[in-house]
Write a protein of this length. Structure first.
Length: 325
């Protein structure tokens, strides 16, 4: 059935079940003018909003509707992970053309709900409106963190080591294989379609005492520059240490591109990049999913890298930018 025939309120009623996964934090969920939720004593609140536009952030050519909802939730959860926080509640707003089949919307919601269920996050409200253009999905997420413990971009200090979680350039590799219709990239395609937020690692890193952190949504180069500028420090990394998946090297060879570009410029991995006191190096490496790739030094707020040929080059903030031509 088309959305315009079902109607906004009937559609909301059709998806409002199975939305509360931690009832201990909710007083009133979907169904009133506002939701009411409980705040944990001794914690501060985190709030972030992300919007995904059809044709800009996702395409049904490369992913199923379920994947769209899954990925939308991951993007929001990743913001909480980057602060070392605990996700609690979300509200979701949808702007959709009236001719859209409600089964598509229901599948997107299913992706959202399954991620919410996995991370014990409650869907407590939102809005649905009709538009003439492409679909627009916006989630606002609310999280918590112990008072004074939020890990900011501005905390990097000279002498820190720089680390990343898991593989970088993973999602861009998957998108590249889909764009060129190339077979043989099963892992990175999943990384593009259904990326996972690093909630548990974010909490672990915060508890270990890292100084700064950022999630990798716009490319490693861009995220490192954000830390350098916010912290007023210089960062230098070793390009040969950036963890790339074997499928990234495979795609780069097939397309005659530089494999590092997928990590530095690709984005949407939703991994974490952080800086930490050097004395934590062994503890960080013992986590098994951490790679140390550089250090923080005194100087102008810039990011440099040492190439395989031992040359030093400037890394500009050239990750994905919605307003860059």
């Amino acid at each position: 059935m088309e959305l315009k025939n079902l109607g906004e309120f009937n559609f909301i009623h059709s998806i409002e079940s199975d939305t509360i996964y931690d009832p201990s934090t909710v007083v009133q969920g979907i169904g009133d003018d506002c939701a009411v939720y409980k705040v944990t004593e001794g914690y501060e609140q985190l709030v972030s909003t992300d919007t995904m536009v059809e044709g800009v952030h996702f395409s049904f050519q490369y992913m199923m509707p379920y994947d769209v909802g899954y990925r939308l939730m991951t993007a929001n959860l990743s913001d909480i992970a980057a602060m070392g926080g605990i996700p609690r509640q979300v509200v979701l707003s949808v702007a959709s053309p009236g001719h859209i089949d409600t089964r598509i919307l229901e599948e997107i919601y299913r992706g959202v709900k399954e991620q919410c269920q996995h991370y014990h996050v409650n869907l407590i409200g939102g809005d649905t409106v009709s538009i003439d253009g492409p679909m627009v999905w916006t989630i606002t997420i609310i999280g918590e963190i112990p008072q004074g413990k939020a890990v900011l971009r501005s905390g990097a200090q000279p002498g820190d080591v720089v680390g990343v979680t898991n593989y970088i350039g993973y999602a861009a590799t998957g998108l590249g294989s889909l764009s060129y219709n190339l077979d043989g990239y099963p892992m990175t395609r999943i990384g593009h379609q259904r990326p996972e937020p690093q909630i548990e690692l974010g909490i672990t890193l915060r508890e270990l005492g890292v100084h700064s952190m950022n999630d990798i949504s716009d490319g490693l180069s861009s995220e490192l520059n954000e830390i350098a500028k916010s912290s007023r420090v210089s960062i230098i990394i070793d390009e040969t240490l950036i963890p790339l998946h074997e499928e990234t090297y495979k795609l780069a060879e097939a397309l005659q591109t530089n494999p590092l570009d997928y990590a530095l410029l690709g984005g949407e991995d939703f991994q974490l990049v952080f800086t930490a006191p050097k004395e934590l190096s062994q503890a960080l490496e013992n986590l098994g999913s951490i790679t140390l790739i550089g250090e923080v030094i005194e100087g102008e707020p810039v990011v440099q890298s040492v190439t395989k040929a031992k040359e030093i080059r400037l890394l500009e903030a050239k990750g994905y930018n919605h307003f860059h031509e």
